[in-house]
Design a protein around this ligand. Sequence first.
Ligand SMILES: Cc1ncc(COP(=O)(O)O)c(C=O)c1O
Length: 387
Amino acid sequence: MIRLAENTISQEELVNLSNWIPTAPQLTKGPLVLEFESQFAQYIGTKHCVMVNSGSSANLLMAYALLEGGYLKNKKVVVPAISWITTLSPFIQFGFETLLCDCDSQNLGINTQMLEEIFIKEKPALLILVHVLAHINDMEEIYRLCNQYDVLLIEDACEALGTKYNGKMAGNLALAGAFSFYYGHHISTIEGGAVTTNDTKLYNLMLSIRSHGWARDVDEKYRQEWKSEFEIDEFREYYSFYYPGFNLRSTDLNAFLGISQLKGMDEIVKKREENYNLYVEYLGDKYWKQTSQYDQLSSFAFGTIVENRLEVFKYLKEHGIETRPLICGSMGKQPFWIKINNGVTHLPVADVVHDYGLYLPNHLYVSKDDVKYVCEKFMEVAIPKFF
Ligand SMILES: Cc1ncc(COP(=O)(O)O)c(C=O)c1O
C-alpha cells in the first residue's frame, strides 16, 4: 500500500523515548518543551515559539491571544474556503464574523481579487492564510492588500513546515504562524503543535493563555507588570489568572520526540520536493497541478483535479494507492457551515476543488518508483479537468 502518510517516528526514537522516561526531571511541560521551542524558533527563523498539544490548539491560541491582546479593530476575520476546520472553528467559537474567501486557481491559497472585494466591503481586522499542501500564497499581493486596508495577517502553516519563500520559512511570513506535529505531518510528536512569532507581547500572552491564564511562564518583565497592576503578592500569585485561559500545554515526552524529529527536516524537505518534481514530470501538462512560487517546497501531497474523482479513488485503492479529497474541499459546503448559515456558500474555484480535487501521496517514505507507479495508475483512469 502506498499510503498518504506514514509514521515519521522510528523504532529507535521510541526506544530512546522509553529509556529517557524514567530519567526525566519532569514529564509534563518542562525543560524539553523549552528546548524544543528554542530549536523550532531557530529553524523557522522567528524570535519565539510556543509549543502546544496540536495544530488546532495553535490556531485557537493565536486567535484568542490576538483578541485578548487588543490587536483587532473588530471581530471580523477572513478565512480561506480551502482550509481546515480548526483554522476556522476558533473564530466561530469566539463569536467572530467569519468571512469565507475563494481560493486561487493555481496555488489554492487565498484568491486576492475576492480578498480585496471583501476588504473594501467588510473592513475586517484579520486574515488567516493556509498554505494548502505546503504551497505558499501570493504573499506580495497579500502584503500589499493587508497594508492598504489595515488588516492583520496570520498563517496556518500546519501543512507547510519547511517550505521557504523569499528567504523566509512558512510560519515567519506574518504576525504569527501555527504548526501541527500530528501523525502524517512533516514531523510528528504523536500529537503536537506550535505557534511561532516575532512579537514579544503576543508571545507572552500566548504563554499565559496556554496555561490557564497564569503568569508562571511569561517573561519576568510582563509578570512583574501584571502583578503590580493587580497588587498581587507572592503567595496569591500561585493562583492568579490574568486571562480566562486554556490548558493547551505539550508534555516533555512530545518535546523529546520533537527535538529528535527536527534533526530530519533537511532530508524530509529534500525528499518531498524531489517527489513533487517527479509528479510534475510524469503528469506533464495533461492534468491540472497545484503550483506556487517558492525557494524550497516541503510538499505535503500532490494536489490535482479530475472529472471522475470517485472512480480514480476506487481504482487507485484497488491498486494499493491511498488518495483523499483535497483537504476539506470548500468550507462553504461543509455540514457545519450549512447549519450555521442556513445553506451553502458558493465560491467558484473552491466549489470545483470540493467536487473534483484530490491528492496523491508524497512523504519521506514514498520512493521514486512509487511516484512512477502512482502516476501510471492515475493516468490509466483519471479524466483531466481544469479550472
Ligand atoms: C491546515 C491545517 N490546520 C490545522 C490542522 C490541525 O492540526 P492538528 O491535527 O494537529 O490539530 C490541520 C491538520 O491536518 C491542517 O491541515
